[in-house]
Design a protein around this ligand. Sequence first.
Ligand SMILES: Cc1ncc(COP(=O)(O)O)c(C=O)c1O
Length: 403
Amino acid sequence: MDARTTAPIPVASRIGGFVYAIRNIVSEARKVEAAGRRVRYLNIGDPIIFGFVTPPHLIETVARAMRDGHNGYAPSVGIPAARESVAAECERRGMPVSPDRVVITSGTSEGIELALTALAEAGDDVLIPVPTYPLYTAVLAKIGARAVFYRTDPARGWMPDVDHVRSLITPATRALVVIDPNNPTGASYSAETRRALVELADRHNFALLADEVYADLAFDGPVPALAAGFPDAPVITFSSLSKAYLAPGWRAGWMAVSNTPRMDEALAAIKKLADGRLCATGPMEYAIVAALDGDRSHQEAFRHALRVRAELTTSRLNAIDGIDVVAPTAAFYAMPRVTLPPGKTDADYVLALLRATGILCVYGSGFGTRPEDGFFRIVFLASPEELSGIYDDIAGFTRTFLS
Ligand SMILES: Cc1ncc(COP(=O)(O)O)c(C=O)c1O
C-alpha cells in the first residue's frame, strides 16, 4: 500500500472550533479511574445519574405510545398535541403563540442549532454571555459565525452587564443569547435586566434566543417567559423535558417563535431545516403533552432538594480560604472562583483536584472565562451527605494547592 492510501482520512477544519469541555474533560477522568481511583463526576448536569427519577406517568405515556404503534416518523415540526401543549405552556408563561409557531426538537440542543443555523451567516455576530453554556460557541464555530461575548458580573449575582451588551451591537448582530436561569452560574436574572435585554433585541431588530430550560427550577418557583410583556419582540424560546421533567436521555424538547411578523421568515427557515432531519424522538413527544398538561408535583420536591444543596454548596465553599462563590438561585450549578497563584490556570487547578481527590469539575475556561481568573463549575446534584464529603476534600486539596 502506498503512503497516500494509508494516510489518515482528513476531517473538516471547522471541527477544531467545536469544543465541549463538559464531556471532553471525561477522558482525563478515565485515566484517573484506570489508575485505580474512584471518580466523583460533578461535570454533567444529569439529575438521573444522581438518583432523581423520571415521573412515572411520563414513562407510562412513552411506553403506551410505543405499544400503540407510534413508532414511525412523526411530523417534522412535531405531533399536533405536543405543539398545542407547548403553545398553552408558553401562554401560561406570558408568551402567547399559536401551535403553528412551535417546533418539537431533539432537546433544547437541537432547537439552539436550528435557530442559529437559520439566523446567522458565516461572519455574522451572535452575542453570547460569558460564562456561557458551551454548545452556543461550538455551534457558531461550525456555522462560521462569530461569538461576541458579553459580561455577566459575579459582583452583581452574575447579572448580565446590559451596557456592555449594548456596546457590542453592530449591523452584523443577528441574535442575542440569554440563558435565564443560567448554566453555568446558577443565577436567575432580575426583572429589570430581563426587560432591558428584550428591549435591546426589540429596538435593534435582532432575535433574542431565550434558553429557558431551567425556568421551572428557580428555587422560589417558575419564572415567566423572557418575552412576557413584549408580545411584538423578536424572541425564540427553548426548553425541554431534560431538566425540570427529569428525562434528559429522551431528547424531547421544543422551541416557540414569538408572534410577530418580523419572525415569520425565521420560523419558515427553522421549519425548512427541521424537514431535513425528519423529526424529533416520536414516542417521547407524547410525554411532552403529559408533562405540560399533567401533574408537576415532582417539581416542588426537586426545587426544594436543589435549594438545600445550593445552600450547602455556598456555605461550605465560602468557608474555604481562597475560594468564593455567588449563591445560586436556580438550577444545579455553582461557579466558584479560586484565587490562583501567579502562572496557574483554572485547568491546572481542576486537573490537580481530579488527580488528588477523584472530584471532576469543569474549568471555567470551558465556559469562556479567562484561565487565570480561576473559575470552575460544580454540579451539585449529589446527596447532601456526599456533597459534604466532597467539600471536605476540596477544602483539604485547596489548602495544599494554594500553600
Ligand atoms: C443552558 C442549557 N441549554 C441547553 C441545554 C441542553 O439541554 P437539552 O438536554 O434539552 O438538549 C443544557 C444542558 O445542560 C443547558 O444547560
